[in-house]
Design a binder for this molecule. Structure first.
Ligand code: FPP
Length: 245
């Protein structure tokens, strides 16, 4: 049973295995992403029902542009479809959608749909659903450093560069308070690596892996991983027998 008093505040997910799922079922890769989107919707609903505050999904990395034109445009068409069909439900569930990544370069229709979503849900106070799009952890840190240098030169900020300052300049940074670091990062499909996802924010995250391919990942499987997470002993570099100072 999930212990509701020990819920992770922020869960991040590397939704991996759509391509292998498509191959297994003898369908085109884009059909795998479509099935992946259905799984994603279920997990958003479930996260909201469980009272999780932040959910971040890795939808498209800075490296995914290397895929075929057909696959890339298929993924962005799915994004448009997702917004069209599900925006009102997200809004009703009080979900606030955000993007992590520079999405100014994605196809126009997808960009417009996203802008509409961000605008329509911006005042919602329930689950914050972060879609990592054209996202890469190294790219995010590099941008933050360049932005800090720019703001220092312009006299907008001064003094030493600190851990907190860098955090504020990341996509998870926010003038109203940063998104807390993920407590739990999940990766599906049996691969066990971070692949440039939330490199800075994931410093102390617990990692959970499952062999399930992303389209086969269900709310039940999700809850089982959360339960497992709740049994982890998190020390953040300290010692369990020594109270934090
Ligand atoms: C990884 O599987 C998945 C992706 C690169 C895309 C994720 C996209 C979705 C879940 C649906 C679209 C949703 C939005 C919001 C755009 P893979 O293709 O790397 O799988 P493989 O490793 O088996 O080939």
């Amino acid at each position: 049973m999930i212990d509701e008093s020990r819920m992770p505040v922020h869960v991040a997910i590397i939704m991996d295995g759509n391509g292998r799922w498509a191959k297994k079922h003898g369908v085109p890769r884009v059909a795998g992403h479509n099935a992946g989107m259905e799984a994603m919707k279920e997990i958003v609903r479930c996260s909201s029902d469980l009272g999780i505050k932040y959910l971040t999904v890795y939808a498209f990395s800075t490296e995914n542009w290397k895929r075929s034109q057909e696959e890339v445009s298929g993924i962005f068409k799915l994004l448009v479809k997702f917004v069209k069909l599900d925006l009102d439900e997200l809004d009703e569930k009080n979900v606030r959608v955000k993007v992590f990544g520079d999405y100014s370069v994605i196809p126009d229709a997808a960009k417009k749909s996203l802008d509409k979503t961000l605008e329509q849900t911006k005042d919602n106070t329930g689950l914050q659903f972060n879609i990592a799009l054209n996202y890469g952890g190294r790219d995010e840190i590099t941008r933050a450093v360049n932005h800090i240098i720019e703001d220092m030169k312009a006299g907008k900020i001064e003094g030493e560069v600190t851990d907190e300052l860098i955090s504020r300049y990341l996509y998870s940074g926010d003038e109203n308070g940063n998104v807390p670091d993920p407590d739990l990062i999940i990766r599906t499909s049996g691969e066990e690596r971070l692949s440039n996802f939330l490199l800075w924010q994931g410093a102390y995250s617990e990692l959970e892996f499952t062999d399930l391919l992303w389209p086969d990942f269900t709310p039940e499987a999700y809850k089982a991983l959360i339960e497992d997470f709740q049994h982890r002993d998190r020390r953040f570099g300290g010692r369990k027998d020594e109270p934090a100072k």
